[in-house]
Design a protein around this ligand. Structure first.
Ligand code: ADP
Ligand code: ZN
Length: 817
């Protein structure tokens, strides 16, 4: 009897592929190990062994594997189970899941491009002969493809060589080529440790009494660090002391000052003593007890705690307990909220036990974390990560914290697997018989609903830490203001008043505007023509800074037009407003203050976001204008005023969750105001101050919002009452996608009747030259989800057996909201 293995290959194949192995290989292999396998005519893929068996495939003749790549599994059996759940729940293939789950350095394939690792110089003597040949070739050529390497080595099985080189840090794979940005290292100085005692210091100042300028520098260093209580930059020291940098250098050379850099490119714990965690106040203590009690009977608990109530400190206590039992903890956060703020807060408590995992980290760094988790090493007992960290090879996960659980970014929209990391995390914690804690100041309706239904435990924390009052929220009727001519640009007199006062007191301001760019629409005043993207059905956005028109869907851009492309008129109007225009207006209104902007355009690059946050923290910015990026769990002590420029655009967004999201967004931004002693102030400008959501925001009334929104969900059959699956069809030919979507919807209706909506063109019906059509299947609670999916898959299969439809792309999105 022959031996076979089923292999997961990182491409969207419906079935696993079977290969033959020798008896010895069958003996050696375990599920979760990597193998190099041939596929198609000439491709080679890295696959994951799924199972080892003796059943010959009936439909094709199994090929031999090329090579075994591991001597022990890199993916454990729980993960394989988890992958299967993801594939089946989110209707995708195991190959899709594999691609999302494994760091790309693990998935070498024929298209892989490798280049020399320029960051590290390695000791060449550790390289084996084959490895050295490749390493040397890379000195002369910036990158090599797998088949180049095959040619150099004169053999086919080169993946083990590449793997060896990667492990020795000698080369890197493709993705890292894009990681070019290196932050400028800021130079800091401090007094050498031998002078920190009072006595030594006196002696030093004595000694410098004749070196006037040097003495001045040392004294200035003191006064700066006393005032700011922060590390002192060399540039600040030079500026403030009036000494030249050569004097600072002289002091460094003498060993009086010590020069250092705060390196932020890799988040690495410096190894200093850890702090013990804070003792909780009575409210936090009670919440902690309630969480523990609820965990006795529930696997999942929702913590609804107002902004700044100290949820993080409660998590910390739970985490302490879990790691003391020797178990692992996953702390999930939306990508953008993974800032140094939180990272250093946790590292202060847990030191080296914290590893961080998110997409802005290099492949190498991600492989490191992967291996730490896989080996259950002490370094990764706590993983702080964005959504994709649910795929790490945990083997003993005691607790998953999902912070800001309402955040939309836990859902992956593209590509498959289109998973919701919060929901998947709950399944993952089940697989480990661990617990999951969801936390938010503004829970998603579905989580709150689950808590109400007793599916989850529920704990509340309703006072802010230190009894800081919730901010005072005022609605400003800008329709009224406009009538009375009390607007300057987009600023009401009330907002200007409050801003003036806040700035006068030395506090900072955050202004929230939902759109980026200068103005959403540029329009000709003569004929009304608005320039549109040639690839998408959407108007272009004016970006003043670059003097460009840009498409926010495909990235298309062109120079700003001087005259109308339709009628040649020269009177071009920019309607509406975005962050860039607000920034411009603020600069004119408050010319003496520092204004900065935080949106997708200003935060590109690995550190763009962090730089702005640091600048705000260090009070280098007085007024920050930004999009929803501002909302993500940031803690700024000195921000006292938050202005929401226009609430209406959020409320009118065409989506069934628009109201829920507006509520969450506004309360979250409001939560940035007044987090310490001073009560914060929030001004919300709107044309419609009587809107229920705005009333609920201004009184922080979650429960009214919940009741009212849930009513709508019942009435209109939306989640969480109904489940839904969205089917999107795409094609470059409009007629093709039209016919195809009608066919698809009709077939669905034969099974699901009135619960099928569409096909409908989405608001932006063409993106990157592809026409889109959406069909929505609503699934009542009593209808089996598994059967529903089966029926959809069947229809999908017959769809692709129609010749004309074969080139249409069909995207299945389960829980597409
Ligand atoms: P949340 O996550 O609920 O918004 P945080 O955990 O960020 O709130 O807490 C808000 C602020 O209060 C933080 O600056 C935090 O350091 C402080 N804080 C919270 N709990 C305590 C505590 N028990 N002792 C001291 N400071 C605390
Ligand atoms: Zn476009």
């Amino acid at each position: 009897m022959l031996d076979f293995i089923d292999v997961i290959i990182p491409i969207p194949l419906k079935k696993l592929f079977t290969y033959t192995v020798t008896p010895a290989e069958a003996e050696f292999l375990k599920p979760g190990m990597r193998v190099a396998v041939p596929f198609g005519k000439s491709k080679i893929y890295t696959g994951i062994v799924f199972s080892i068996h003796k059943d010959e495939p009936a439909a094709y003749e199994a090929k031999d594997i090329q090579q075994i790549l591991d001597d022990k599994p890199v993916v454990n059996s729980r993960q394989l189970k988890f992958w299967q759940w993801i594939a089946s729940y989110y209707m995708c293939t195991l190959g899709d899941v594999m691609r999302a789950a494994l760091p790309s350095a693990f998935i070498l394939e024929s298209e892989t491009v490798v280049s020399k690792n320029t960051v590290n110089i390695i000791d060449e003597s550790i390289l084996k002969d084959d490895e050295f040949l490749i390493y040397e070739a890379l000195q002369h050529q910036s990158s090599l493809k797998i088949h180049d390497i095959s040619n150099i080595l004169g053999k086919k099985n080169v993946l083990p060589v590449i793997k060896g080189l990667i492990e020795k840090d000698a080369i890197s794979v493709e993705e890292e080529v894009y990681e070019k940005y290196k932050p400028k290292l800021v130079r800091y100085v401090k007094l050498d440790i031998s002078y920190t005692s009072e006595k030594a210091l006196h002696e030093l100042l004595e000694e410098l009494s004749r070196a006037h300028k040097q003495r001045e520098v040392v004294l200035t260093l003191f006064s700066i660090s006393a005032k700011t209580k922060k590390p002192v930059k060399v540039t600040d020291l030079v500026a403030e002391s009036g000494a030249s940098s050569s004097i600072v250098k002289a002091l460094i050379d003498k060993g009086i000052l010590e020069e250092y850099h705060i390196q932020t490119d890799r988040v690495e714990y410096s190894g200093e003593e850890t702090e013990s965690s804070k003792s909780l106040n009575e409210h936090q203590e009670l919440a902690l007890e309630e969480i523990k009690t609820s965990f006795e009977t529930q696997n999942v608990t929702l913590l609804h705690g107002v902004t700044s109530s100290g949820k993080t400190e409660v998590y910390v206590k739970l985490i302490e307990e879990v790691i003391n039992h020797g178990k692992q903890v996953l702390y999930l956060l939306p990508e953008i909220a993974l800032t140094t703020q939180l990272i250093s807060r946790l590292q202060n408590y847990f030191g080296e036990k914290v590893s961080v995992f998110h997409s802005k980290y290099s492949v190498q760094e991600r492989v490191e974390v992967w291996n730490h988790v896989l080996n259950n090493s002490a370094k990764a007992q706590i993983v702080l990560g964005a959504r994709s960290s649910i795929f790490l090879p945990f083997n003993n996960l005691g607790l998953i914290v999902v912070d800001e659980e309402h955040e939309q970014s836990f859902k992956q929209f593209d590509p498959a697997p289109r998973y919701q990391a919060r929901d998947a995390a709950i399944v993952l914690s089940h697989l480990h018989q661990g617990k999951a804690l969801l936390g938010s100041a503004t829970p998603s309706l579905e989580s709150f609903y689950n808590a109400k239904q007793n599916k989850y435990g529920f704990v509340e924390l309703s006072v802010r830490y230190n009894n800081v009052l919730m901010p005072d929220i005022e609605l400003v009727d800008i329709k009224e203001k406009q009538k009375k001519k009390r607007m300057k640009g987009h600023f009401s007199d009330r907002l200007i008043e409050e801003m003036t006062e806040t700035l006068g007191e030395g506090h900072q301001i955050i202004l929230f505007q939902n759109r980026r760019g200068f103005s959403p629409i540029v329009e000709c005043k003569t004929c009304g023509h608005a320039p549109e993207c040639p690839n998408c059905d959407v108007s272009l956005t004016f970006h003043q800074y670059r003097n460009q028109l840009r498409c926010h869907y495909c990235g298309y851009h062109s120079a700003m037009i001087q005259d109308c492309m339709a009628c040649g008129g020269q009177d071009i109007d920019s309607k509406g407003f975005g962050t860039e225009q607000i920034e411009e207006e603020v600069k004119i209104l408050f010319p003496d203050y520092k204004v900065a902007r935080m949106d997708l355009d200003t935060t590109r690059g690995k550190y763009g976001y962090e730089k702005i946050i640091t600048a705000l923290e260090q009070q280098e910015i007085d007024i920050l204008v930004g999009t929803q990026m501002l909302t993500k769990g940031l803690d700024f002590r000195n921000v006292k005023l938050v202005g929401i420029m226009n609430a209406d655009s959020m409320l009118n967004f065409p989506d069934f969750r628009a109201h829920e999201r507006s509520f969450q967004l506004m309360l979250q931004v409001s939560g940035r105001a007044g987090r310490t002693e001073q009560r914060g102030k929030v001004l919300i400008q709107t044309y419609n101050p009587h809107h229920n959501i705005l009333q609920q925001v201004s009184t922080n009334n979650y429960s009214d919002m919940f009741t009212e929104q849930m009513n709508d969900r019942y009435n209109f059959k939306y989640p969480p009452i109904y489940k839904q699956i969205k089917i999107t069809l795409k094609h470059k030919d409009y007629n093709r996608v039209e016919t195809a979507s009608i066919w698809f919807a009709k077939s669905l209706r034969q099974v699901f009747g009135e619960h099928v909506l569409g096909p409908e063109a989405p608001p932006v019906a063409r993106i990157r030259n592809q026409f889109h059509k959406n069909i929505l299947v609503k699934i009542p609670k009593q209808q089996s989800l598994a059967k529903t999916k089966e029926a959809i898959i069947k229809i999908n299969n017959s769809f692709f057996s129609v010749k004309d439809f074969r080139s249409v792309r069909v995207i299945l999105n389960v829980d597409n909201y």
